[in-house]
Design a protein around this ligand. Sequence first.
Ligand code: NDP
Length: 459
Amino acid sequence: MIQVENYIGGKFVTLSDDFDDISPLDFSIIAKVPRTKNVDGAVEAAKSAQPDWGALSIEQRCDWLDKIANELESQIEEIARLESMDTGKPHHVALNVDANRSVNNFRFFADFGRKMESQTFQMPDATNYVVRKPIGVVGLISPWNLPLYLLSWKIAPALLMGNAIIAKPSEITPLTAHFLAKVCSKIGLPEGVLNIVHGYGPEVGQAIVEHPEIRAISFTGGTSTGKIVAATAAPMFKKLSLELGGKNASLVLDDADLDLAVPGVLRASFLNSGQICLCGSRVLVHSAIYYEFMDRYLEELKSFEIGPVISDEHRSKVLSYIELAKQEGGTILSGGSVPDKQGAWIEPTVISGLSHESRTATEEIFGPVVTVHKFESDEEAIKMANCTQYGLAGSVWSKGRGREVAEQIESGMVWVNTWLHRDLRVPFGGVKDSGVGREGGMWSLGFFSEAVNICVMED
Ligand code: NDP
């Protein structure tokens, strides 16, 4: 049994009030997690550490990010093991997606920081130059689907820009954040620069968002929680970044290369049991290739390995959508049932025959459930893709018209003939109810700093 501890001011702290961390693989209890309700101590530790940390040069902070990356990399198998146990995902996904990309996040921002160029704006009689100052103490809140990956995506740029951090992973998946704290302690990261607190979202998460001395909140999670976070933080004029839910479409046009499109759309549908905000849970297929595409898609699905969903409670939510789909007139083409074994398992499920405006096809399910829809023209496909409240991501599969169609999709990110192909320099984020702001490269550094302009009059 693992004892998860808070990491505050460089010390590990347990609380008498704790709760169980349950593995979705078999519902066994794998850890005890502190139920933190108050972040005053963490904020004090961060406040006292931040000035020295902010005074280091960018190069020195880049060196620290590299040290974290190196230590994480040397224990990459352990990260994959913990992530797989906590989330239930297959080991190869935990290793290749979660663990590798967590290491890459630290390494990328270290390299990016070293290459950062100063901005100047010349006037005929004066020079403007931009100084990027740390914000101070920042709060980072992340979800359970890609636990260390999404948290490190925020921690690395926040540290790089000289801030001190209060971070809260999801209560459901605390293990790798705790592991990161151990790594930071081992390499001697200055005490109080990174503080990690565990507990329930409406308690410790809310305490972070409410704390007046935490001046920025970077939040990734569901749209309804994002509303609460925004309503709490906005009147305090905190900087706010919200990466929220999605209901992304994969558009398979009539000229698609099916050798690419079938495995690509399948991966977008079911990687991580469909629990990635970028997953394509609506598959839109041109009627001319619909039957050929679907035959191959359903055939390849038979050998696609997925883990359970994150919890019994989440499985109930996913199952309720399968029931709703039946009531809405859908036909289950594959899956739809619960395998006879312990754990939060659910078969990957493909549903056809629904209106693209049905609830099942427009509400975020965040599980291994996909709806498929036929279209007759590019215009119709674009209209279907844009018909939800969300606008996070999407993919278009076409030999010749991919870019043209991609540019008309109302989403922050669209892939053409690929999916989840990530360059960490590009803007990452959603439009409509999928969020506010962008992460990635300069966007992250902009968020985690205050840009100050100095205008110097020439002699
Ligand atoms: P939640 O919104 O339930 O939780 C996200 C985080 O917020 C968790 O750490 C949670 O803590 C915390 N939290 C809950 N209530 C509050 C509160 N009142 N104040 C502050 N923090 C709070 O999302 P899930 O964890 O269920 O994650 C799934 C969602 O995340 C999906 O909607 C998915 O689309 C979205 N997501 C978006 C991504 C993007 O980049 N746009 C990427 C990945 C996921 P606790 O878990 O302890 O309740």
